[in-house]
Ligand binder design. Structure first.
Ligand code: ACO
Length: 382
């Protein structure tokens, strides 16, 4: 047994996985061997889910059946909608509301009694969770805006239906395609913190609702999924200040602050997902004539590159661009991380099932640094 301490488990191999691979040195991401760029540009989120959950890309007929089955599971029980309404009224954050609602969905799971070893049942449960998360999120946002939730439309795609439930209007093609692409880009990413959380929970043979609920909790932190919102907040802060973006970034660094959306535990070069979203941001900015966020992000990236940060391996990650893209789609800032969860749920479910197929309880050790042989004194004598 090695006594070498690996803080943050950096670089430690804990499982084998055929799902996704991140090559952080050259900035490459593949899902089951397919380059993320090909998938983002050529496949729908439903196709990507099928690929992750079933091991191969679907035929047209397989995809139609899969997408229909997914769409058929979108409705959530009224009790869950009531709970979502209560949380929205109480001012809960959408990420916390999603965590609570996902956990609550298990009370309405028709196969709740299935054994965790029954991976076919787990897959069906995972499908229900994935289908219902957008409904929960959109309802939360509608209630918060003083509007009635919009019922899901099974004729629309996963991406299109979410935007429809959020706004009450069917999205245009560009918005639907862009959002679908964002979902594909976020669907899986090796053993990141939230996916690892899911498989740790799954390794106890806990049910998939617990695994996804845990994943949402892990994703909510600012070092992980929360960074996309931080980037947007940064852009607003720059806008509200009397500084230009470069001066703002300079002052932040001089004060010892980090620039959100920069740096990644695995990527040492620019994140391939960031490159694709940057292109989307450029298209959306140019077609709308509103290039403010594009100008700010470009200026900050150029400045940090000139400062040698990128050369040191602190390069733009996916979050550096996703927020501005969502802003162009009219999505509120605090929904960015929940949207990330909505997509990544597919990856959490795929990894949990893959791990449970050849399960081994995950149980690492900590090096004990506390006292030895402390003498116990009963409470009344202390
Ligand atoms: N801005 C400025 N400097 C940075 C940044 C940043 N965003 N990120 C890292 N650095 C610097 C650190 O200050 C440190 O410098 P030092 O060696 O002089 O002390 C060095 O780079 C290494 O930093 P670590 O924290 O050790 O790197 P680690 O691999 O642990 O961190 C992390 C990765 C947490 C993502 C970090 O880069 C960060 O905090 N980034 C900002 C938050 C963010 O964008 N998170 C999203 C990640 S992607 C995702 O989850 C989808």
């Amino acid at each position: 047994m090695s006594d070498e301490l690996k803080r943050g488990l950096e670089g430690v191999l804990v499982a084998e996985s055929a799902l996704s691979h991140v090559d952080g040195e050259i900035g490459k991401l593949v899902y089951r061997g397919y380059d993320i760029e090909d998938l983002a540009r050529g496949a729908s989120y439903e196709e990507v889910l099928y690929l992750l959950w079933n091991g191969e890309l679907p035929s047209r007929a397989e995809l139609d059946e899969f997408a229909d089955n997914l769409a058929a599971e979108r409705a959530v029980d009224d009790d869950v909608l009531d709970a979502v309404t209560m949380m929205a009224d109480a001012g809960e954050s959408p990420m916390a509301a999603l965590r609570t609602a996902t956990s609550m969905l298990s009370a309405y799971e028709p196969e709740a009694d299935a054994e965790p070893e029954d991976l076919d049942a787990t897959l069906r449960k995972g499908r229900r969770i994935t289908a219902k998360i957008p409904t929960v999120l959109a309802a939360f946002e509608r209630v918060r805006q003083g509007e009635e939730p919009v019922e899901p439309d099974p004729e629309l795609s996963h991406a299109g239906n979410f935007l429809y439930m959020l706004t009450g209007a069917e999205p245009d093609d560009v918005s639907e395609e862009t959002f679908d692409m964002a979902l594909t880009l976020h669907a899986d990413h090796g053993l990141n913190a939230s996916t690892f959380t899911s498989i740790v929970i799954g390794s106890t043979m806990a049910d998939i609702y617990s695994c996804v609920t845990g994943g949402i909790g892990a994703l909510s932190g600012s070092l992980h999924g929360g960074a996309n919102q931080d980037v947007m907040e940064m852009l607003h802060e720059v806008d509200a200040s009397d500084k230009d973006p470069v001066q703002w970034a300079k002052d932040t660094r001089e004060a010892g602050g980090r620039i959100p959306g920069f740096g990644h535990r695995v990527y040492k070069v620019k994140d391939p997902r960031a490159k694709i979203l940057e292109e989307k941001l450029r298209d959306l900015s140019e077609s709308s004539g509103d290039t403010k966020w594009l100008d700010y992000t470009t200026a900050i990236e150029e400045y940090l590159t000139d400062e040698g940060l990128v050369e040191k391996g602190i390069a733009p990650n996916v979050d550096f661009y996703s927020g501005s893209v969502y802003d162009h789609l009219g999505i509120p800032m605090d929904m960015y991380t929940p949207i990330f969860a909505m997509s990544r749920a597919g990856g959490w479910i795929a990894h949990t099932m893959e791990y449970q197929e050849d399960n081994r309880l995950i149980r690492p050790r900590a090096r004990y640094t506390g006292p030895e042989n402390a003498e116990f004194v009963p409470i009344d004598e202390r």
